[in-house]
Design a protein around this ligand. Sequence first.
Ligand SMILES: [Zn+2]
Length: 493
Amino acid sequence: MDKLTKILTMTLVLLLLVTIAFPSSLVSAASGVTFTKTTYQTTDLLNLRSSDSVSSKKLTTIPKKTSLTSNYRIGDWYLVTHNGKTGYVLGQYLTKVVSGTAFAKTAYQTTDALSLRQDASTSSVRLLTIPVKTTVTSSFRDGNWYKVTYNNKTGFVSGAYLKKVTASSTAYTTTERLNFRTAPTTSGALLMTIPSNQVVQSLSVSSNWHKISYGGKTGYVMGTYLKKETASPTVPTAGTADYSGSKMYVLIDAGSTVALRASASVLSGQITRLGRGTPVVVTNNLHKTRGFLAVQTADGRRGYVEATYLTLFQPSPANRPLIVLDPGHGAYDPGAVRAGLAERDIVLSVARQVAGLLAGKVDLTLTRYTNDYYPSLGDRSAMANALSTSRFVSIHINASNGTSASGAESYYYKGTTSVQLAQAIQQRLTGYAGMRDRGVHFANYAVIRGTQAPAVLAELGFLSNASDRAKLADPAYQARYAQAIADGILATL
Ligand SMILES: [Zn+2]
């Protein structure tokens, strides 16, 4: 290069650098906006221009579906670099590339006061500050940035200051029936009444109002009616059972069909429809009452079926009475916990045995098949209501603060068949397992109130009573409870 060319080249390079660093000063009179570096994809063939105008020089053409990054724009013109050329493209042909991962909704507590930012970056705009020890939930993260909503603002927080809320952290037992409210005041709207002797997880406390999660809802209760769980500081971890690879069957009325869908959404296209009893192999998921399971049909078609319509128990070709068994609690909600035993685990074991005893005689499904899943009370009823359910039995175990209360009791909400079913089960729980008879009672429990079919909630015994607990933990007695429930159901069909 001769000297002049060298100077000209240097000038051009400098000009280009200045253009990149201070684009608005040279390229346009309109003021630009600097923002967090964002990745876009082009939605069409797109001209890269020397400035923010369609009349400016075309530098090159960028192919469709090219990834571009930008952190500066003037109006709808985005400053980008493609193949070494820097210029402007029209934003209407760019779509934001969403990076990140969706995951099961998880509760976290903030370990420090924490900035909620508009984007997943420390340089992004701060929307507000979340106080320390606040419970937030997230189901999406980008790197270590978690998407959360707080005070009606949605943004990202750094995962470095989030601690997963674990079931064992602050368990309390309700000492009486307790009003569960939307706000930490007696004038807060009532979400529900929590029965006594329920284990709840306190997420935070302020002025004697505990923020808790219960029955799939988050709200507030007064601390006056909570007693710290001291009997067993360690809550047993839920056993998991992955149903991938299992054969499940379509459970729907004879003559009806269920959609096999292209994706896990009721809005997605139908690949085909599956009739009652069609076997499918679960390919990638746990059984969840709500939501979809990925499955493969015998003829090799892969798709998604709503989990409500799948059962582990093969239905008969024609309709038989359908029994929906509901093992109480699940996952982060262990129910009553004493001496290292959790209600959640025992009632699932009993429910599975009830199903084993009834299989072949009736049609069957469970609201949860695993211990790592908590269907909300509404989901449990919704599952029964989506099917032609004949009987619904929710299985629970009691606990009290003292150790003297003992025995079995059964609850109904409405209808003579529910009363008869409660009596038939109660009679056998006391007879087969020698439980003290606490009787059959009306109760306004959501799970039996929300279910249209005749429904009963059975409390097998008290985990807080040594003699009952010995039986509840004993596999031989679990088999007796199961037989009592199975026979009680059959007696009323
Ligand atoms: Zn329970």
